[in-house]
Design a protein. Structure first.
Ligand code: PHE
Length: 349
């Protein structure tokens, strides 16, 4: 019996030494120590032994059993450590490798200009308001003194969606919206920037562009005048284009202002001497402006005997072109990264 146990012990040690992986260790454990193992069978057969031998053999079997179990556990721990080491080796990170470069987007020149305009006018106490791009004929034209069939509607070729709805041709629609929205008819000082749409199909015009609109209305006795309009536009243009810009008011016509002006600025390129950009005139046409027409005040709930105001509007795309020396309007819309990335962090320089 003792020899048999020694034999089991010997074979077990050999087998344990041969184990290659955790699975084999599990299998061997069942084989050596499980219910059907030789050791278990020996224990079951203890009853056939003499009473003197029984406890000796019993404790011997248990000792061997304990030893095998310990050896197996040791082996398992060793194998587990090996697996972990392999895993760590495989998943090793080289923290000295350079990181993945994340490209930063840049702010579009048009958005830069819009933000600058908003900052400037907010600093002068204006509200920044918004209006819909899908506009009604009423707000885009009628409430701006352009009745249906008015010949001046031809100045702006429109995209009509239905008889009543169109894509706004001008942010001037927001003038009417602001006056109507202001229920207690108090003074107004607002600007609105946003997209506008016209059916233009030549090379220098886009069907979609951006405008900024300004509207100031105050009580008549405060003498809101052309001088205020001129002063405001001077601050605006000098801030946006150049401190030395001069303005020139040319009489013009807009149905919603009276008198109306087109405002030219000295050419930012030649400083007014005359060059190819300004077609040798020294001036560049920039804004539309004027005193709010009494009809417009009336139609939108302001008594023209008590209130007066001025309004102005200009294309933001052109402003951006002047400001950054962009020669072709199409660069603003073709989203070429080589162009756009030039504006990367420009403000921080
Ligand atoms: N809305 C006019 C245009 O698009 C510009 C303008 C605005 C003129 C405000 C006068 C007052 O041409």
């Amino acid at each position: 019996m003792k020899e048999k146990i020694a034999e089991i012990q010997k074979i077990a040690k050999e087998k344990i030494a041969e184990i290659q992986n955790l699975q084999e260790a599990q299998e061997l454990k069942v084989k050596l120590l499980g219910k059907k193992s030789e050791l278990s069978n020996l224990l079951k057969g203890l009853g056939t032994l003499s009473p003197e031998e029984r406890p000796k053999i019993g404790s011997l079997v248990n000792e061997v059993r304990k030893e095998i179990e310990e050896k197996l556990n040791e082996k398992e721990e060793f194998l587990k450590g090996k697996v972990l080491a392999q895993k760590l080796e495989k998943e090793k990170l080289d923290i000295t490798l350079p990181g993945t470069k994340i490209k930063r987007g840049s702010k579009h020149p048009i958005n830069r200009v819009i933000e600058d305009i908003q900052d400037l006018f907010v600093s002068m106490g204006y509200d920044v308001v918004d209006g819909p791009e899908l506009e009604t004929d009423e707000f885009c034209f009628e409430r701006l003194n352009l009745a249906k069939g008015h010949p001046a509607r031809d100045m702006q070729d429109s995209f009509y969606i239905t008889n009543e709805y169109l894509l706004r041709t001008q942010t001037s629609s927001v003038q009417a919206r602001t006056m109507i929205a202001n229920k207690d008819k108090s003074p107004i000082r607002m600007i609105c920037t946003g997209k506008t749409y016209r059916r233009e199909d030549d090379a220098t015009h886009s069907h979609q562009f951006n405008q900024v609109e300004g509207l100031v209305i105050d009580r008549k006795e405060l003498n809101v005048s052309l001088a205020d309009l001129k002063g405001t536009l001077e601050v605006f243009v000098r801030k946006m284009i150049g401190a030395n810009s001069e303005l020139r008011f040319r009489p013009s016509y807009f149905p919603f202002t009276e008198p109306s002006y087109e405002v030219d600025v000295t050419c930012f390129k030649c400083g007014g001497k005359g060059c190819a950009l300004c077609k040798k005139t020294g001036w560049i046409e920039l804004l539309g402006a004027g005193m709010v027409h009494p009809n417009v005040l009336k139609m939108n709930g302001y008594d023209p005997d008590k209130y007066a105001g001025f309004a102005f509007g200009t294309g933001i795309d052109r402003l951006a072109m002047f400001r950054y020396g962009i020669t072709d309007m199409r660069y603003l819309y073709t989203n070429d990264v080589r162009f756009l990335s030039q504006f990367d962090r420009k403000d921080e320089e």
